[in-house]
Structure formats: C-alpha cells, structure tokens
Design a protein around this ligand. Structure first.
Ligand code: ZN
Length: 286
C-alpha cells in the first residue's frame, strides 16, 4: 500500500494514453504510438513541437491510425519531420506523414530505408517562428542518433539515447559503448540548458542530470563486473559472462544481454583492458 498523503507531494507524470495528444508544456505535445513491447515500453513517443509551425519528432511505426492522429493534431502547420535515428520503432511512419502533410524530412542520414530531404549534423538548427530546435549528435545506441534541444523550454528530446523506465540496448557493430558514454558526458556539458528530458519511450524526465549520472554509473558498474568476470575466468565466452552477470534476468533476454556484454568488451579492447573480437569468440583480460 502506498501512503496517500506522501503521494500528493510527488509530481505525477502525465498519463500515457495512446492516440491522444497530451500537452507536456506550452510548446510540446506527445502522442504515443500503439507499439508497446519489451523494447519500446508503453510505445514510441511522437512529439509535436510548436504551435504555428510544427516539428514532428519520430513519427514512429507506419501505423495509419497513429499518423492520422499526428496529422489531425498538427495539420498543415507541420513543416518538418525529424528522426532521432533509423530504428524501426522510430522512422517507418515518415513516408506516410510526409504524404499527409508535405513536410520536409530531416535526419542525420538516409539509412535503413529512411529517405530524407536534408541531413542534420551536430549543432544544426531548425528555426521556427516561435522556437529553435538544435540537433546534438549522440552516437552510441545508433551511430546516426541525434538528440534535439528545445532551447526556449530547455527540453531535450533524447530518442533512445536516454529512456524512462529502462536502460538502452547498445548492440554492436552500429551500437558503440565508448561512443555512448562519451555522448552521455557531452550532454552533461549542456547542463545549463537542460530542465527536462522527453525520451523516445516513457514519461518526461524531470531531473535530467540525475538521470544522466544514473546511466553513466550503471554502465561503469556493469563494465567493472565484466572486467572482474574476465580476470576470474582467464579465457571465457560472452555466453558464460551473461549467465554469471544476468542470472536474475529472464532467459529470453539473454540474447540482448549478450549484445550488451559484447559492447562492453569492445570498449574494454579500446581501453586496452581486454582481448577478443567476436560475439561467439574467446575473450580474456589484457
Ligand atoms: Zn526506440
């Protein structure tokens, strides 16, 4: 049982209701796609930024009902469609939304079937009448991952770089743990310009720096465990490390855990602390 009096002191996050636009701030609305799952939490968050001129961030899957909801909310004021990265829970709705709105499509690059009108690099901005949205290149989860900073409201749209409710999968070769940690550190440099984080999955994060620090601490703790496992075993394999470190995680998630351990090991190779290469090969401490 929770303490009802204590509960009233906590800021309650806006409930996640699919298919309905929920206002998160004067400039930002969120529509959650109907694709809940192990990897997507309650579903992909699509954000609409702006009133007179609107940027849509991550249209999500190619789901006509979801795209109709976005277009119904923004109509012909949707001027731009941007993608944080080209994973299938974020971009396949782009073509259908462009068809409905005629908006310009922007992302880091055209990849995995995404077609774009213009590439966005680190520091590039989208300038609307009411706001500026700045792209921050944050490779790690995907090499082409961008976060977007809404300077007027100090809100960071973090895609899958930072999620609410779970950690992020780093799956080599496109996923890169060294790059991921560097990208987290880079976001900390934006500290004065951060008040909240609007993630690709889950609720708005109201304490961005604590969340970023929690993410970094979690990864470094896992890395230390991987180093210990290597040193204890002499020569070992990823499967054995997973069995050891993820004993409390359901077996169906062990494939994902294996990719994550692989990502840690590749970083340790870069750091000169491990020797090895392949997902199914031998690994040892350096
Ligand atoms: Zn995602």
């Amino acid at each position: 049982m929770s303490d009802p009096e204590g509960d009233t002191d906590l800021p309650q996050p806006k409930p996640i209701v699919r298919g309905v636009a929920s206002a998160l701030s004067p400039l930002v609305r969120r529509i959650v796609a109907n694709n809940p799952g192990v990897m997507t939490g309650p579903g992909t968050n699509t954000y609409l930024v702006g009133i007179d001129e609107i940027v849509v961030i991550d249209p999500g899957p190619d789901d006509p009902a979801h795209l109709d909801a976005i277009a119904g909310c923004g109509g012909d004021r949707i001027r731009w469609i941007v993608c944080t990265h080209t994973h299938i829970d974020h971009f396949p709705g782009v073509a259908g939304l462009k068809e409905r709105t005629g908006a310009e499509v922007l992302a880091f690059d055209a990849r995995d079937g995404l077609e774009i009108d213009r590439a966005l690099g680190d520091g590039d901005i989208i300038e609307a009448t009411e706001f500026v949205l700045r792209a921050v290149h944050t490779p790690g989860h995907a090499s082409n991952h961008l976060c977007f900073l809404l300077e007027q409201e100090r809100m960071l749209f973090s895609g899958d770089h930072i999620m609410e409710g779970s950690t992020v999968v780093i799956a080599p070769p496109d996923g890169d743990m060294s790059a991921y940690l560097r990208s987290l550190e880079r976001l900390k440099a934006h500290r004065p310009r951060l008040r909240s984080i609007a993630p690709g999955h889950g609720h708005l994060i109201e304490d961005p720096l604590a969340k970023i620090d929690e993410y970094i601490t979690h990864r470094l703790a896992r890395e230390a465990q991987v180093v210990d496992a290597l040193q204890a075993a002499g020569t070992t394999r990823i499967e054995a490390i997973v069995k050891d470190l993820y004993a409390d995680v359901p077996e169906e998630l062990h494939v994902m855990a294996g990719l994550s351990v692989w990502a840690h090991l590749l970083k340790l190779v870069e750091d000169g602390k491990a020797v090895g290469q392949d997902l199914d090969g031998d690994w040892s401490a350096a």
